[in-house]
Design a protein around this ligand. Structure first.
Ligand SMILES: CC(C)(COP(=O)(O)OP(=O)(O)OC[C@H]1O[C@@H](n2cnc3c(N)ncnc32)[C@H](O)[C@@H]1OP(=O)(O)O)[C@@H](O)C(=O)NCCC(=O)NCCS
Length: 196
């Protein structure tokens, strides 16, 4: 049985209507806040090394703004509870592992939802948002790097039709892939976005 997520809210913390939006450069402080929180609490599940984490902590404000200025190769979606960022997801097409020169193949990553807000379909919505944006930008394929023990991300990715790639990475992680030209995909995306 699933726990009721609002049981985890702190006494002065109110749950408002949760929403997901594509981040713009104006959201840089919110993105910085949720990203540094995610790195502090879940760097291993996010696949972020200590070295990279240190680099992000030291990152200057201008760079945070710059990261959000190019959604054509670094797309960020945020989940919000009122004015508070409670989740994030990223998609990049700036040269990825399997397809370094293919601008139509994107990679999802950095999926994170604050503990108190988990189990309310935010990751699933953030995946749907990114897929919709990527399709609008002409993308045809998406990869998703997951740890084999990630009990939420894997079924959430499978929900959209992602499947495990044959090429192995290591024992603990692998890539999933999704063909964006699947005619049924738009319906799946819209069903997730339209659900309350
Ligand atoms: C993985 C993660 C992003 C999932 O986010 P989330 O918003 O809680 O996931 P969702 O609510 O969209 O998941 C939807 C499904 O999983 C269930 N679920 C997910 N987390 C749950 C939880 N903690 N408790 C109960 N149910 C949960 C939902 O109820 C829903 O199930 P249903 O289809 O049966 O209704 C979040 O657990 C997280 O941030 N983990 C740490 C970092 C991490 O692992 N990142 C992923 C890297 S690939």
């Amino acid at each position: 049985m699933h726990e009721n997520p609002s049981d985890h809210l702190k006494p002065n913390q109110e749950q408002l209507a949760l929403r997901v939006e594509v981040a713009t450069p104006r959201d840089w402080q919110a993105y910085k806040k949720i990203r540094l929180h995610a790195i502090r609490t879940d760097a291993e599940m996010l696949g972020i090394s200590m070295r990279d984490a240190r680099g992000e902590v030291m990152r200057g404000d201008e760079e945070w703004k710059r990261i959000l200025a190019r959604p054509d190769y670094h797309l960020v979606v945020l989940s919000w509870n009122g004015n508070e960022p409670v989740g994030m997801g990223v998609a990049v097409n700036n040269g990825i592992f399997y397809y370094p020169n293919d601008k139509n193949t994107w990679e999802l990553g950095s999926d994170y939802v604050r503990k108190e807000f988990r189990g309310q379909n935010l990751q699933r919505k953030m995946i749907a948002f990114r897929l919709k944006e990527i399709i609008n930008q002409g993308g045809t394929k998406v990869l998703f790097h997951v740890l084999a023990n990630n009990r939420w991300s894997i079924p959430n990715a499978e929900h959209f039709g992602f499947s495990k790639m044959k090429e192995r990475l290591g024992d603990k992680d692998y890539f999933m892939q999704l063909d964006l030209t699947d005619p049924l995909l738009k319906e799946k995306i819209n069903a997730v976005l339209d659900a309350g």
